[in-house]
Write a protein that binds this ligand. Structure first.
Ligand code: ZN
Length: 299
């Protein structure tokens, strides 16, 4: 008997799937199937203002046209507020999270005064102003504490990626105390993902390499909440004409599903799978599972 393997694909309904998002969807499906596991779909609509109405249905239809069917009805993050709240309460009660009263300008001013002004492309590392209390200000956001209480030591997360190998991040220095609940009242992505992966019993996370940088924060949150850490695999990105990751922002076209096998084949090539000749998506997928198992075996 082996433990039940559960994989997942977790798109944000901010636009239809494109060639880049299909790579992650296909890899997560193949991986779950190759390990005789289940594959679940999660609609990451926690950032409601960015989501497009009805787009979740479009994505489910796109996946269905490619033969990628969820083993359970999709979980929608917009319905998960109570679970996120319960997790946040636990972190607050344990002293691992704290309210922050800083505005973005407060943070920039504090960093500039400390000689650490943020560069244009770099997210600001929170200077820790409210770790010791709100100093009379109203709470705005809730943050996770990323330094060991009392000792003041950095938290360094070592983790393993099944494709990229050994990884390490000093979360304290690289990210700082990150937001769990935003000032606008929305749940932060990191908290929602960690709570939902655990609730769905996800054992194998397979997703795009652009999300690899989030993994140490998620592992830190898993440990803080005493939740299991899944295995991670981050897939290669598809680059747009501008050399950046293909995205809706740089004009990625929605998947052309007139020829679904061709779309699958293109995604498979990015993953390093050999060409597979098959008349239908179902037949193609059936052959792709052992091919995936073959390339994932070994050191
Ligand atoms: Zn603050």
């Amino acid at each position: 008997m082996t433990a039940a393997v559960v994989g997942r694909f977790a798109p944000s309904p901010t636009g239809p799937l494109h060639a880049g998002s299909l790579v992650a969807a296909l890899a997560s499906w193949l991986d779950a199937r190759a390990l005789h596991g289940r594959w679940l779909l999660r609609i990451e609509d926690v950032d409601a203002p960015r989501c497009l109405p009805g787009m979740d249905r479009v994505i489910v239809q796109q996946l269905a046209a490619l033969g990628l069917l969820s083993d359970e009805p999709p979980l929608r993050q917009s319905t998960r507020g109570a679970a996120y709240r319960a997790a946040l309460e636990r972190l607050l009660a344990a002293g691992l999270a704290y309210p922050c009263g800083c505005t973005r300008r407060d943070i920039e001013r504090t960093l500039a005064a400390a000689g650490r002004p943020r560069t244009r492309f770099e997210a600001a590392v929170y200077p820790g102003t409210c770790r010791t209390g709100l100093h009379g200000r109203a709470p705005r956001a809730i943050r996770l504490r990323t330094c060991r209480q009392g000792a003041g030591g950095d938290i360094v997360i070592d983790w393993h990626d099944r494709r990229l190998g050994a990884q390490q991040q000093n979360v304290t220095r690289a990210v700082g105390d990150f937001v769990l609940k935003r000032a606008d009242g929305l749940w932060a992505y990191q908290l929602a993902v960690v709570v939902d992966d655990a609730a769905q019993g996800v054992t194998h996370v397979v997703r795009g390499e652009d999300l690899a940088d989030n993994t140490p924060r998620q592992i830190l949150l898993q440990r803080a909440l005493a939740l299991p850490t899944p295995f991670y695999l981050h897939t290669p990105l598809v680059l747009g004409r501008d050399g950046h990751k293909l995205s809706k922002q740089n004009g990625a076209a929605p998947l052309d599903l007139a020829e679904p096998v061709r779309a699958l084949q293109a995604a498979a090539a990015v993953l390093g799978l050999p060409p597979i000749a098959a008349p239908t998506p179902a037949a193609w997928l059936q052959q792709a599972v052992p091919a995936w198992a073959g390339i994932m075996r070994g050191p």
